[in-house]
Design a protein around this ligand. Structure first.
Ligand code: ZN
Length: 253
């Protein structure tokens, strides 16, 4: 492996914005858009819910200590590196029983190497997937710290926050253990990589297109009002149904 060029060092790694009452989006702006994922912080009366855990390049506990102040439940939508990196920092970690964060989790910040590990073609993927680094970080030493599930999830499980509750939907296709979290009272869907407003990845080594189509059809009939996706901006239920219709018709051709 060739050496890495020195990266600019930044003191602030995460960017946070409130996008709805009690719902904040946390991003990693110095990560290349291919890997830049959302972390969602949902405030509850009794406990907070954190959906996904970023790339693990910087410590969430160090940079955003208030995320840990209200007995948080971490729920992972699936076990790809850009969603699980800081999972080890949480004590209550929940993910589908088919997902695991361990020594086998594919992890590299080198574009071509990551493409090979995940099993997809990515012509033009940059050599390095971060543009800056937090203080003291060595990209060549990047790895995912093991973070076993403390509470495996199944379809239909409910996560209680006091004044909010979300239901686990097992929607395989992108990965076997992909889940969405649905707040039926508000119509909010935390969708991970099951659906976002860009090209959906259904040809990775562990993907399954037939399952993906079935998951999309299941999602299409839910009363979703706002989607908080794993990548990119939130969108409404109408846009969700358009993305689903486009995906399903393309895959049925
Ligand atoms: Zn993914």
């Amino acid at each position: 492996m060739t050496g890495l060029p020195p990266l600019p060092v930044v003191a602030t790694w995460f960017r946070r914005a409130e996008v709805a009452p009690g719902i904040a989006r946390i991003e990693e702006p110095h990560v290349h858009e291919f890997l830049r994922a959302n972390i969602w912080h949902v405030r509850g009366r009794d406990r907070d819910l954190i959906v996904d855990a970023g790339l693990g390049v910087a410590s969430l506990r160090e940079h955003l200590p208030d995320l840990f102040a209200h007995d948080p439940i971490l729920a992972l939508t699936h076990a790809h590196l850009d969603h699980v990196g800081s999972a080890h920092e949480f004590s209550d970690r929940r993910m589908h029983r088919l997902s695991s964060v361990d020594a086998h989790t594919a992890a590299s910040l080198r574009g071509p190497e990551l493409a090979e590990l995940l099993g997809f073609d990515a012509p033009g993927i940059p050599d390095l997937l971060i543009e800056s680094a937090p203080i003291g970080f060595d990209p060549a030493a990047y790895a995912i710290r093991p973070a076993p599930s403390t509470s495996p999830l199944e379809d239909g499980d409910v996560i209680e926050l006091g004044d909010r509750r979300v239901t686990v939907l097992h929607l395989p296709g992108h990965t076997p253990g992909s889940i969405c979290l649905f707040d039926e009272a508000s119509g909010a869907l935390f969708s991970g990589d099951v659906i976002y407003d860009d090209i959906l990845l259904d040809e990775l080594q562990e993907s399954d297109i037939d399952q993906y189509v079935a998951s999309m059809l299941r999602l299409s009939i839910l009363p979703v009002r706002t989607v908080y996706p794993g990548h990119g901006d939130p969108f409404d239920g109408g846009r969700m149904r358009e993305i689903i219709a486009d995906y399903v018709s393309a895959r049925r051709r």
